[in-house]
Design a protein. Structure first.
Length: 337
């Protein structure tokens, strides 16, 4: 470990190592635990990787934040629409096709690169590559995403994700109408037959999604649906729709190629984001305008006046408060197309 880059702290009494660091440097407990397990922490000059290490008091704890990965990516030559910004948070409308944070396999510029080019100072407790990212959206999914501009904000927003006071509503165009508005409760894990996909797998992580029928095009057999996430599993909406024999139009991973070859992106959009402001505690709600490429497809299926009416934010949210929260009973093999 680079000795010159260490931040040193003196332990003020008996306590666990992870709790001591969490109190002093902020971030979520998971972030602090990863910092320890990845070898970025020392106690009295010795590297430690046990988050629950018992400290007696008087020890010197030294840590450093993970270094920025040396990724080679393209220059930032795009802008991202900003919905809201203050000293603590930044809410953006992420475009489809934009990766949220870097990885060795990602060569193009990411949302994190855009944030850094914009000069935003953000939390790096999860590693520089995640640079303030509280939650994520898949590359091809567009919509509302909140970024923390400091460690306390990051910690409080992460806690809201855990206690469900922060959440998202999505809109999607699916390739066959649902029988009824309903809720899917089914565990999700890596698909054992295809490592690129997730699936409903016994013993997977609990997952719950509410689907609300919005507008149907009976002739084209497509439907605009709303989705509310109660959990945040990878590909959750796509996996739960697949369990019902439905797929999002434009989804080349889970959907049918014959239905997607004319669509350049998955027609899934994070439409509404709600949270409590991490400093003031004030309830906040943000609407991310549906991108024109997706709206163009929707207008080809639905009357503009009716579409505007159903997508009115208050009208949209009321649909999720009108009951109809029974479990989905249909399955993929129930369909006769």
């Amino acid at each position: 470990m680079d000795r010159e880059s260490l931040t040193r702290l003196r332990v003020d009494g008996p306590q666990r190592l992870d709790r001591f660091l969490h109190r002093h440097i902020g971030g979520s407990r998971n972030q602090v635990e990863r910092l320890i397990k990845k070898g970025f922490v020392e106690v009295d000059g010795r590297p430690v990787t046990k988050a629950g290490l018992k400290l007696k008091g008087g020890e010197e704890v030294a840590y450093r934040l993970p270094p920025e990965p040396d990724y080679e990516r393209a220059a930032v030559d795009f802008d991202v629409p900003v919905i809201y910004e203050d000293d603590d948070i930044l809410v953006v409308n992420k475009p489809s096709g934009l990766v949220v944070h870097p990885a060795p396999s990602v060569k193009e510029a990411t949302l994190v690169d855009w944030l850094k080019a914009r000069g935003v100072n953000l939390s790096t407790l999860s590693g520089e590559e995640r640079h303030g990212i509280v939650h994520r959206l898949d590359k091809e999914t567009s919509g509302a995403l909140v970024v923390a501009k400091n460690n306390p904000a990051h910690e409080r927003l992460s806690a809201q994700l855990q206690n469900k006071t922060m959440g998202r509503y999505y809109v999607a165009l699916v390739d066959y109408p649902l029988k009824a508005s309903c809720t899917v409760e089914a565990p999700i894990a890596r698909n054992p037959a295809n490592r690129l996909k997730m699936g409903v797998v016994a013993g997977g992580r609990a997952a719950r999604t509410r689907f609300e029928k919005l507008l149907s095009d009976e002739e084209a057999k497509v439907e605009l649906v709303g989705a509310k996430l109660f959990t945040g599993r990878t590909h959750q909406i796509r996996v739960h729709l697949e369990s019902l024999g439905r797929h999002i139009v434009g989804d080349r991973l889970y959907g049918f190629k014959s239905k997607s070859d004319r669509i350049s992106r998955i027609l899934l959009h994070a439409y509404i984001l709600y949270l409590d402001h991490p400093t003031t505690g004030r309830p906040m709600r943000f609407e991310a305008a549906i991108p024109e490429d997706m709206m163009g497809v929707l207008r080809g299926h639905f009357d503009k006046e009716r579409l505007d009416e159903i997508l009115d934010t208050d009208t949209f949210l009321r649909r999720f408060g009108d009951g109809g929260d029974g479990l989905c009973h249909e399955r993929g093999d129930d369909l006769h197309r």
